[in-house]
Design a protein around this ligand. Structure first.
Ligand code: ADP
Ligand code: ADP
Ligand code: ZN
Ligand code: ZN
Length: 752
């Protein structure tokens, strides 16, 4: 065949050094390499970006003007691309109307089933939708939850109306609404609310009966007097927070309490819809079941008219279970899902599609998955391939690398020391290659034999949130503890809802962004920039502020950013190098000042590792040294933090902690985005924190981390309802020797 390869020639995005490669079509290609070696630049920045750009070119000029405009990736040629579908880990988020069921279309099938075989028949399938006016609960408009005015927040009982007893901003003394109550003639405006009689309270809250009504012609309430609760409900609660300004919403949210809607019991549906059942169960009951239970119920339904829908439903739910999400219910809000769960949900959507010859691109799909579920993930990736699709996977997990038809290993190291293909070919060849990946695949990490002795214990007692079954467990201090278990077993719930609540001083080092400001970069974020500016000032006898990106010394065209961002109405902005300063960020006068021959612009363009060798000043050297210690030596000092990955953000935060005194640290899957050699690096940092007297708790699947822990707390035995218990506590050695949980079994296989 002619078009059997995607051909990339001379790719140079970011750190890529003119790489050329051929990616086989209808095969699984795994891209691996240390963090910062250039995987994303190649897979997302070059291949996916070019596919998207070419797709956009095929649209009419009218449509094109409304689509994001992608610059042509920096490469000599890219040929034979298929349409790319990127399945990433961006959280699904979404509004409160988005659930696992709606986003996977499984709920739509369930509605169809009810409209065909439910008794009594209540209407077409849209009637069963809580997003349709015909189906939604009229009280909560299909949200399942309802806000009510928080009286304690709204009223200050110690004050009178004249003194400001009404606390809501729009009701404060002097406002129109305040005047409305003060001038109503119903109240003694100088009497503290605490002294109000029952009747006065009723009048203030709800007004007098009979005088309030609904004007159907105008669609609003009329009254000669309206109580404060009714007024607040009408003006704010009925409208909902979604359309409010950010400030308005913040104020609103601090004056309401949210609770389950009493009318529908949180099911979001109206009574008529809830009255329609199949085998005695309504649609809300099915949506509330865990997928593993739901599929059993569906298998038990005997309904010839619905047979096709049933079969399709069962297949979709099996995909959900197959990808390790069997513990989720269809009514689970997507906003509460983790990044890994979100990615797997997106995968379910694609598995249901019959598209072929598509290029699917996955970003570390093993995130959040236990070794047990990685096997199932592999099955699904193979299924996608076998349907005739090209599958590209950026991944570090040896168990996923194992299924590659083709491996592209980037390196040899990160940043300027990376950007080359160090191995390309089959798995067998990789085993013999001399790359970091190959070496780590061969040697692995040894089980820690001598564990540390705890200095004390932090107890969690009676934890029962979500699926936790009255868990009591002690987290040892002064050691490294790994919290393990299959997805959905309750790890995050135990740590986030209990451990952190009971130990509020613990420092959470997560992967959330460390700022969206384009002005923030590793140098400013860590504080090193202040010292660097002072150094430049002293060496040149000028003011330190001259070297600040928001000073008079900065290039006026780009405001010291070196690049120009062109904002586009609904999409990500376009960036281009500033033509005035050529990306140098500062005016030429400022660039005349140097330290040891380097300008401030040169310094911002230096990778951390180079800068760490360049600056001998103790303060600056210490900060840069800690960034290097966390494996970020390849970042340039001036790279906007908005371009950093979650893992990189997490390591910048870790670097900051290395310079502080001992504390309790919690990390949720810190190996995300890390190559095996980076994990070894990370483990050394964690060891340093512990050796400094710290307590480190990591939620982690990576067996290398488990093997290096001093203590393991394993949750399970399964996910969801069948999880929520501690199934093992002890050292990794004990776990490998005698544990019988999923984690223990996989650990045993791994160390053998
Ligand atoms: P990987 O995916 O292997 O972790 P990346 O492709 O993200 O590596 O990064 C390769 C190099 O390119 C790194 O030095 C990184 O700092 C740099 N880089 C990545 N994104 C950007 C960006 N938006 N602007 C400038 N440099 C970037
Ligand atoms: P893990 O961290 O081990 O993957 P979680 O603590 O996230 O597990 O989940 C444990 C159980 O609690 C699962 O059944 C999950 O569906 C449920 N759960 C987690 N978060 C929420 C939430 N925000 N709302 C409802 N259920 C939740
Ligand atoms: Zn309701
Ligand atoms: Zn400029």
């Amino acid at each position: 065949m002619q078009h059997d390869f995607i051909e990339i020639t001379g790719a140079r995005e970011h750190n890529l050094k003119g790489v050329s490669l051929r990616v086989p079509k209808r095969a699984i290609t795994v891209f691996t390499g240390v963090s910062g070696s250039g995987k994303s630049s190649l897979v997302f920045g070059t291949i996916a970006a070019e596919s998207q750009r070419q797709l956009n070119e095929t649209f009419s000029a009218f449509a094109r003007n409304r689509l994001p405009r992608h610059g042509r990736p920096d490469a000599d040629a890219i040929a034979n691309l298929s349409t790319a579908i990127v399945v990433d880990q961006k959280r699904l988020g979404g509004n409160s109307r988005s659930t696992v069921g709606t986003i996977t279309d499984i709920y739509a099938l369930l509605r169809l089933l009810y409209s065909r075989v439910g008794t009594p028949f209540v209407g077409f399938s849209n009637v069963f939708s809580f997003n349709d006016p015909q189906g939604m609960c009229p009280e909560c408009h299909g949200l399942g939850r309802i806000d009510v005015l928080d009286l304690d927040a709204f009223f200050d009982l110690d004050l009178s109306l004249n003194d400001g007893a009404l606390r809501y901003p729009d009701f404060r003394v002097g406002t129109y609404y305040w005047g409305y109550y003060v001038n109503s003639g119903h109240f003694d405006n100088d009497k503290p609310l605490r002294d109000y009689t029952g009747d006065e309270w009723h009048m203030l809250l709800y007004g007098s009966d009979g005088k309030v009504g609904f004007d159907t012609a105008y669609g609003k309430l009329y009254s000669d007097y309206e109580g404060a609760v009714d007024r607040f409900t009408r003006l704010y609660i009925r409208k909902g927070a979604e359309d409010m300004s950010e400030r308005g919403r913040a104020a609103y949210l601090s004056f309401v309490v949210s609770g389950r809607c009493g009318a529908c019991g949180g099911t979001r549906l109206n009574p008529e819809v809830l009255g329609c059942t199949i085998d005695g169960r309504n649609i809300a009951e099915l949506a509330a079941m865990e997928a593993v239970d739901l599929v059993e119920v569906l298998r038990g339904i005997d309904a010839p008219v619905g047979a096709t829908v049933l079969a399709e439903l069962i297949e979709r739910i099996e995909h959900l279970i197959g990808i390790g999400l069997g513990y989720l219910s269809l009514d689970r809000r997507t906003a509460t899902l983790s990044g890994g769960e979100s990615q797997r949900i997106k995968m379910v959507r694609h598995l249901g599609s019959s598209l072929t010859d598509v290029m699917y691109i996955f970003d570390e799909p093993s995130i959040g998955l236990h070794a047990r579920d990685v096997r199932r993930l592999n099955t699904l990736l193979r299924e996608l391939r076998d349907k005739g699709n090209t599958v590209l996977v950026v991944e570090h997990d040896p168990d996923v690398i194992e299924i590659a038809d083709h491996v592209v290993d980037l390196g040899p190291r990160a940043g300027a020391d990376g950007g080359e293909i160090v191995y390309e070919g089959g798995l067998a060849g990789l085993a013999a290659a001399d790359t970091l990946t190959a070496r780590h695949l061969r040697t692995g990490v040894r089980l820690k034999e001598r564990v540390r002795r705890p200095t004390g214990r932090l107890k969690i007692t009676g934890a029962a949130t979500h699926n936790l079954r009255d868990v009591s467990v002690a987290v040892p201090t002064g050691v490294l503890t790994a919290v393990t278990g299959v997805a959905g077993s309750g790890k995050s719930t135990l740590i986030n809802e209990h451990f952190l609540v009971e130990n509020p001083e613990a420092v959470v080092i997560d992967q959330s962004a460390i700022g969206t400001s384009r002005r923030s970069n590793p140098a400013t974020y860590t504080g090193a920039m202040d010292d660097i500016r002072r150094l430049f000032a002293k060496a040149n006898g000028v003011s330190a502020s001259l070297f600040s990106a928001n000073s008079k010394g900065a290039c006026e065209a780009c405001n010291g950013l070196g690049v120009i961002y062109t904002e586009l109405a609904f999409m990500a902005p376009m960036t281009s190098t500033c033509e005035v300063c050529q990306g140098r960020r500062f005016k030429s006068g400022v660039l005349a000042h140097t330290v040891r021959g380097r300008t401030i612009s040169d310094v911002l363009a230096m990778p951390v590792a180079e800068a760490a060798a360049f600056f001998t000043e103790p303060g600056i050297a210490a900060v840069l040294g800690s960034l290097e210690a966390v494996g970020l030596g390849y970042l340039t000092l001036g790279q906007p933090v908005s371009t950093l990955s979650g893992g990189e953000c997490q390591r910048i935060k870790l670097a900051g902690e290395l310079r502080k005194s001992a504390a309790t640290y919690v990390l949720d899957e810190p190996t995300t985005g890390l190559h095996m050699s980076d994990v070894a690096h990370l483990l050394r940092i964690l060891e340093r924190l512990v050796d400094g007297g710290g307590t480190v708790v990591v939620i982690e699947h990576d067996l290398d981390v488990v093997k290096s822990a001093d203590w393991v707390i394993d949750l399970g035995p399964e996910g969801g309802r069948d999880g929520g218990a501690v199934v093992f506590e002890g050292t990794p050695g004990e776990m490998a020797a005698s544990g019988d949980s999923h984690t223990a079994r996989h650990l045993r296989e791994d160390v053998r």
